[in-house]
Write a protein that binds this ligand. Structure first.
Ligand code: C2E
Ligand code: CA
Ligand code: CA
Ligand code: CA
Length: 276
C-alpha cells in the first residue's frame, strides 16, 4: 500500500527573497494569484492504522508562480496571514476541497487547514456553513485542522467560535500537537475530536529515540481518555509505521502511503483503484 511516489515538487527557495523588497513583490503577486488561477489544491491520503484503507485526505494548497515556479505554503501562508489574504484564500481552498470530496466514497473524510488568523473574522462560521451548504456534503465528513496558535491571541470569541463550528456538525482536529506551549490546557478549551501528532515526534521514533515513542504513547493515552482519535503525520518508513501501529495511533499520514496529489489521482486513490 505504498501509494504514490509522485507529486513531489521542488519548491522555490525562500532564501532567494529574504529581503523585504522581494517579500513585498511576492505579497503583491499573491494578491493576484487567485484571479490568475495560480493556486491549486492537492490531497494527501490519511490511512487507517488498522489495515490500509483510506480514511480520507488532507487538502493542501499550492501556488504555481508564473516566474518563480512552485512556492511553498510554509512561505506564502504566513504572507497571506499578514496581508489580509488568508480569508479569501482559506475560503477558496475550502470550497474547492469540498467540491472534490463529492467524488470520494461517502465514508471518507476531508481535512482542511484553518489559519488562526481566520478566527479573527466574525464571519468565519457563516463562511464554513455556506461552503458546506453549497457542496451538499455531510458536515461530519469535514475535519477542520487548527494549530494551537489559535489560542495565543486568546480573545473570548475563540472558544465560542469552536462551539459554533462544532454545532455545524464538523470535526475539529488539533494540528501539530506538541510543538507549541502548554498544549494540555488547550485540550479543555475546544471540543476537539482528534489530535494530530506532529511530525517532529514521529520522525525517527522507530530507531533508538525511545523518548519520542514515550511521548507518542502518552499522547495516545491522553487522547483515548478524552475520547479523541489520533493521527500521526509525516510517517515515512516501515519502522515508523510499525511503531505507530504498536502505540495505538488510529490513523497514519505520510509519504509512506502517498504524497499530496492532484484531484484526479486522489479520486483514484479514494476509490482504491491505485495498485500499490
Ligand atoms: P501541515 O498542516 O502540518 O501539513 C502537513 C505538511 O507535511 C504538508 O506540507 C505535507 O506535504 C507534509 N508531509 C506530509 N507527509 C509527510 C512526510 O511523510 N514527510 C515529510 N517530510 N513531510 C510530509 P505542505 O503541503 O508543504 O504544507 C506545509 C504547511 O503549510 C502545512 O503544514 C500548513 O501549516 C500550511 N498549509 C498548507 N495548505 C494550507 C491551507 O490550505 N491553509 C492553511 N491555513 N495552511 C495551509
Ligand atoms: Ca494540517
Ligand atoms: Ca507539522
Ligand atoms: Ca500538521
Amino acid at each position: 500500500a505504498k501509494a504514490a511516489g509522485r507529486g513531489r515538487h521542488r519548491f522555490y527557495e525562500p532564501s532567494m527573497h529574504s529581503n523585504a523588497a522581494n517579500r513585498q513583490m511576492l505579497e503583491n503577486d499573491l494578491r493576484g494569484a487567485l484571479e490568475r488561477d495560480e493556486l491549486s489544491v492537492v490531497y494527501q491520503p490519511i490511512v487507517r492504522a488498522a489495515g490500509e484503507e483510506v480514511a480520507g485526505f488532507e487538502a493542501l494548497v499550492r501556488w504555481q508562480h508564473s516566474k518563480r515556479g512552485l512556492v511553498s505554503p510554509t512561505e506564502f501562508i504566513p504572507l497571506a496571514e499578514e496581508c489580509g489574504m488568508i480569508g479569501p484564500l482559506g475560503e477558496w481552498v475550502l470550497v474547492e476541497a469540498l467540491q472534490a470530496l463529492r467524488s470520494w466514497p461517502a465514508d471518507q473524510r476531508l481535512a482542511v487547514n484553518l489559519s488562526p488568523v481566520q478566527f479573527n473574522d466574525p464571519r468565519l462560521v457563516d463562511m464554513v456553513a455556506a461552503a458546506l451548504a453549497v457542496s451538499g456534503v455531510d458536515p461530519a465528513r469535514l475535519e477542520l485542522e487548527i494549530t494551537e496558535g489559535v489560542f495565543l491571541t486568546d480573545c473570548d470569541t475563540t472558544e465560542a467560535t469552536f462551539t459554533r463550528l462544532k454545532e455545524l456538525g464538523v470535526r475539529l482536529v488539533l494540528d501539530d500537537f506538541g510543538t507549541g506551549y502548554s498544549s494540555l490546557g488547550y485540550l479543555k478549551k475546544a471540543p476537539f475530536d482528534k489530535i494530530k501528532i506532529d511530525r517532529s515526534f514521529v520522525r525517527g521514533a522507530g530507531s533508538d529515540q525511545s523518548r519520542n515513542a514515550a511521548i507518542i504513547r502518552a499522547i495516545v493515552t491522553l487522547a483515548e481518555n478524552l475520547g479523541m482519535d489520533t493521527v500521526a503525520e509525516g510517517v515515512e518508513t516501515d519502522e515508523e509505521l510499525q511503531l505507530m501501529r504498536d502505540l495505538g495511533v488510529s490513523e497514519i499520514q505520510g509519504f509512506i502511503f502517498g504524497h499530496p496529489v492532484a484531484i484526479e489521482e486522489a479520486i483514484a486513490l479514494a476509490q482504491g483503484k491505485v495498485v500499490t
